[in-house]
Design a protein around this ligand. Structure first.
Ligand code: SF4
Length: 380
């Protein structure tokens, strides 16, 4: 199939009809959660949420890497940027995330050297032969971490001592577990299946999600990012969930990219450079083995090991952290407990021009996606 055929309106219409037929007669909509910011944007942009309304509720989860970055980590990034002799290199989406002591953009306005890059390898090219320390902000899931690993190996090969990484990378399966363990009113009890991200799965493989079916009795579908990909996942999950005797399974509907065991070379690279570590997630708290910290062998390139003491001093001088912006419900949005338009600030005190929280800052944030493509939901 060509890429265009994955957007074919006729095929989209037939899949929608099939989903409605499969679910006809159910008293309540099926509740599915997508746990990937790219899926969230694709669903909002294509109008699938509206098209499925009444039949399937598509709920967004903790899939936007910028959004799940904790307030404490944002503060650490800002503190590093404010140190003399430090240049912070970051993806553009991080710039405007509000921290307790301002955003990276505000730090830059106050004189900090903060530059936007598109990849860790591009960040490497910024490193000069001076005494400056360049800190790349490693934000993202299993998809982006291998690129950072590559950049670190290249930095060592080229003896670029000025390069360093603040790794706040996270891994998706522990977040899914945490979501299912919370047992909140709209958590475990109501999500009936997961739409799983094709790009993360290309690295970790379909098998990495088998625990959803084996331990929680829930189905999942790994899929791509075009409307037909997403609707195929919805149709297959609806089919699985409509069979009273059907055992839950995790399906791979993206075989053009995803293998059963993922990408072994990327996994080896991750294992060479990173090790599992406790990570703090916005909305989910501290989760064991859910982060990727640099291994001891990479301590020379670890920004926090090199500069953390000075950054802690900078933070201590400013007193207690203020925490998230008052009234921002980003944590609830990331757990799927609140749809963005249900936040009292959505579209009023919080909009892309003046975001109150990361879910409105990031291009992959649920609030930004709803605002951009589904704003009428907030207006009734
Ligand atoms: S609309 Fe704004 S304030 Fe509300 S949860 Fe989203 S980012 Fe936070």
């Amino acid at each position: 199939m060509s890429l265009e055929s994955y957007r074919d309106p006729g095929l989209v219409g037939r899949l929608l009809d099939q989903v409605r037929d499969i679910l006809a007669g159910r008293p309540d909509p099926l509740v599915l959660m997508e746990v990937c910011g790219t899926h969230t944007v694709a669903i909002s942009r294509s109008g699938l949420r509206d098209l499925l309304r009444g039949t399937v509720e598509l709920r967004s989860g903790p899939g936007c890497p910028v959004c799940v970055t904790s307030q404490a980590d944002i503060d650490r990034m800002v503190a590093l940027a404010r140190l003399p002799g430090v240049t912070v290199l970051t993806y553009g989406d991080m710039l405007r995330v509000p921290g307790s002591f301002g955003s990276l953009e505000e730090a830059r306005a106050a004189g900090a050297d903060v530059r936007v890059v598109y990849s860790a390898l591009q960040a490497l090219e910024m490193v000069d032969g001076t005494d400056r320390t360049y800190v790349f902000l490693g934000v993202g899931f299993e998809t982006t971490a291998p690129g950072v690993g590559l950049a670190l190996e290249e930095a060592r090969r080229r003896n670029l001592k000025g390069f360093s990484v603040l790794s706040v990378h996270k891994t998706l399966p522990p977040a899914l577990r945490a979501l299912l363990e919370t047992g909140t009113s709209r958590g475990r009890s109501s999500v009936q299946g997961f739409i799983l991200p094709g790009h993360v799965s290309a690295v970790i493989g379909r098998r990495a999600y088998d625990f959803l079916a084996a331990e929680y009795g829930l189905p999942g579908a790994v899929t791509g990012f075009e409307p037909v990909d997403i609707l195929l996942a919805v149709r297959e999950l609806a089919t699985l969930l409509s069979r009273p005797d059907g055992a839950p399974r995790v399906l791979n509907l993206y075989p053009r990219v995803v293998r059963e065991r993922g990408n072994p070379r990327a996994q080896e690279l991750l294992a060479r450079v990173f090790e599992p570590a406790t990570a703090e997630w916005r909305g989910l708290g501290a989760l064991d083995a859910s982060g990727l910290a640099l291994r001891e062998e990479w301590a020379d390139f670890d920004a926090w090991r090199r500069l953390g003491g000075a950054a802690e001093d900078w933070l201590a001088e400013r007193g207690p952290a203020a925490g998230a912006v008052s009234g921002c419900r980003c944590g609830d949005v990331l757990r799927g407990e609140l749809a963005p338009p249900e936040c009292p600030l959505f579209g009023r005190a919080c909009h892309p021009g003046r975001p109150a929280g990361p879910c409105m800052v990031s291009s992959e944030g649920s609030c930004a996606a709803y605002y951009r493509y589904e704003k009428r939901g907030a207006e009734g």
